[in-house]
Design a protein around this ligand. Sequence first.
Ligand code: UN1
Length: 477
Amino acid sequence: MTLHHNLIAGEWVGSNGVENINPSNTNEVVGLYATASADDAKTAIAAAKAAFPAWSRSGILERHAILKKTADEILARKEELGKLLAREEGKTLPEAIGETIRSAQIFDFFAGEALRLAGEVLPSVCLNIGVEITREPIGVIGIITPWNFPIAIPAWKIAPALCYGNTVVFKPAELVPGCSWAIVDILHRAGLPKGVLNLVMGKGSVVGQAMLDSPDLAGITFTGSTGTGKRVAAASIEHNRKFQLEMGGKNPMVVLDDADLTVAVEAAANSGFFSTGQRCTASSRLIVTEGIHDKFVAALTEKLKTLVVDDALKAGTHIGPVVDERQLATDTDYIAIGKQEGAKLAFGGETIKRDNPGFYLQPTLFTEATNQMRISREEIFGPVASVIRVKDYEEALAVANDTPFGLSAGIATTSLKHATHFKRNSEAGMVMVNLPTAGVDFHVPFGGRKASSFGSREQGKYAAEFFTVVKTAYTLA
Ligand code: UN1
């Protein structure tokens, strides 16, 4: 099997390979990927630092062309890359192809943004002085990405970093190096100068730690667990470095008596269970008012019965496997905790066997849950959701906001008054009306509040906040 190397200073290097295993069939090795050492990470950071002066002054047409070429190749190879994604991560092939298209759209968007870099010109309060406000790249950016969106999240961090003239050291999640390797290969062949983008695949404790400890990273953008996010924050403050964190969620979906039942059930099934519930935007707290509660639980349970859990590549699969053994153990531990806490297991809860050995788990629904239970407060990151019964809209809103997290929140209602009030009063970064809490656009800001996020928003033109620094220049006329 060929070894996929790390890219450091424009060269493909590295020898130690680890196997990338397919969670739908653990007998299958998707590929062999190099692991970087702490010294490799240091060399990559030095290469990115050396490449920064030239790249930060590169022409916008060059940046546009490279990002556009990358978008076009990803799109042209969407079936192949989607299949790779489904094999390494376990989301279904249609979901994986969708994510691959999204990643092409992100590169396309930032190819355009490179041509739209702009500033402001203002008069000074003093006579005969002009003020210019411009945005400059910040320097070398460390990018650390999670396993659940192996191609979209790398895209939405790498594309703006390069678009605004930064250089990059990129460490993808250990479990899913395949898509990351593929997009780095595409960007490299699209003509990025040596050292502008470096790939260091490997362990968080080794490669990630070397990045956190480096005085030469001007910024780190991280998506992953709350625990690691806190370590990124602490190390970044130590080094006076900019940081942007996207972490967990415990997203509520409110269902009111006046909801369209079909709309509510579709939204809950999608955001609770699709992508195997492995999305920080998944809704795991279904907060349902009394009048519709029993009908909603019955209809959602019927819907769950129809969802096929199987190999991610099989036609007709709705829910692929859990990503690995460790995540499966977390999910089943939480299912046991939910039962101990007194929630009622309304559907699922069991691991299942399929033709191939894989990490298959039934979509799992608890009812009679309270918002104080651990299954309602802690992020599980699996296909597990709980229904919390409430009296009315006011109680639903209070319960929705009573959480340490604040990424995304949804409401299913036909009342304009309640939808409007919820949009205004939800303490989440993103609010969805009659839509799933997960599955976001690529051209608008993404991010949350409270323990879900830290720093400025990702995606769309708001990405410029993190990837640039503002300069104010005064000139005497
Ligand atoms: C989506 O719901 O479409 O890690 C995107 C995550 C998020 C991305 C969610 N950063 O799940």
